[in-house]
Design a protein around this ligand. Structure first.
Ligand SMILES: NC(=O)c1ccc[n+]([C@@H]2O[C@H](COP(=O)([O-])OP(=O)(O)OC[C@H]3O[C@@H](n4cnc5c(N)ncnc54)[C@H](O)[C@@H]3O)[C@@H](O)[C@H]2O)c1
Length: 259
């Protein structure tokens, strides 16, 4: 192999956008991509949280506010990135929501709101990023944060969420096909259970989730993932190590899906 080992995961000179990077998987991923040398755009609805993350990253990384429910804010964000950074190499399409609704009670408004954020909003982000990458002519990498729920039944009361992630995985395949000629590779990561990076505020009346994913023994590795254990395979997909992988849905669930 002509490539030396240390070159496989380096991102020096590259610009990466991580959406939803003020917390959780996005925050862990922003930190890892910056450690690999990328200039990271920390994009989130929560600008203060994004700023706190960006402050520690180095490489001229910066925070930016955007909202998946506002098409104009998505377009403005990529225009700004194009002007300030002059290029875009990597998109981690991570921001998303996961409220649970009982199947028998779910309303059209709840259905619509979830698909607007997790499907249309993420599609808009992917499309704007891919068009910017295409214009740059340097290829690119896109990773969509899906969920094991898009492929396997995992948690009760997630019919709306699961449908949104199955749609996102379908978008991954279509986009991989459409952009392969531009050397833009598109993949999904499907985490199983992930422990919160920071303590979550529990809302009143919040019931703990139940279902196969929460059943003792079903996760073969016996625990939820740390967010860093999702970020690491994301780095593989966006670095030279992932140069021949596109259109795939990579399950990272500690063995749940085969138990
Ligand atoms: N945590 C898990 O167990 C798990 C499992 C499987 C898949 N996932 C997926 O991974 C991704 C990240 O999950 P997480 O647990 O780290 O989430 P999180 O709730 O910790 O963080 C999500 C971030 O997205 C931002 N966000 C939410 N709505 C937004 C909007 N409309 N516009 C812009 N930003 C918005 C939030 O401000 C937040 O910083 C999600 O797509 C989620 O569906 C998570």
């Amino acid at each position: 192999m002509s490539q030396v080992f240390s070159d496989l995961f380096t991102l020096h000179g590259q610009v990466a956008v991580v959406t939803g990077a003020a917390s959780g998987i996005g925050k862990a991923t922003a930190r890892l991509l910056a450690a690999a040398g990328a200039r990271v755009v920390v994009a989130d609805k929560d600008l203060e949280g994004a700023q706190r993350v960006a402050d520690d990253l180095g490489n001229d990384s910066f925070a930016i506010a955007f909202d998946l429910t506002e098409d104009a804010s998505i377009r403005t964000m990529f225009l700004y990135i194009s002007e300030v950074c002059g290029r875009l190499d990597i998109l981690i399409n991570n921001a998303g929501i996961y409220p649970r609704y009982a199947l028998q009670d779910v309303t059209q408004a709840q259905w619509h709101d979830m698909q607007t954020v997790n499907v249309w909003g993420c599609f808009m982000v992917l499309r704007e990023a891919a068009l910017l990458m295409r214009a740059g002519g340097n290829g690119g990498r896109i990773v969509n944060l899906s969920s094991i729920g898009g492929a396997r039944t995992a948690v009760h009361d997630q019919v709306v969420y699961n449908a949104s992630k199955a749609a996102l995985d379908s978008i991954t395949q279509s986009a991989a096909l459409e952009f392969a000629g531009d050397r833009i590779l598109v993949n999904s990561i499907l985490p199983g259970a992930v422990a919160p990076l920071d303590p979550k505020v529990k809302t009143a009346g919040h019931a703990a989730p139940t279902g196969p994913l929460l059943t003792p023994g079903r996760i073969l590795l016996g625990r939820a993932a740390h967010a860093n254990e999702i970020a690491a395979p994301i780095l593989m997909l966006v670095s030279a190590a992932g140069a021949y992988i596109t259109g795939q849905t990579l399950i990272v669930d500690g063995g749940f899906s085969i138990s």
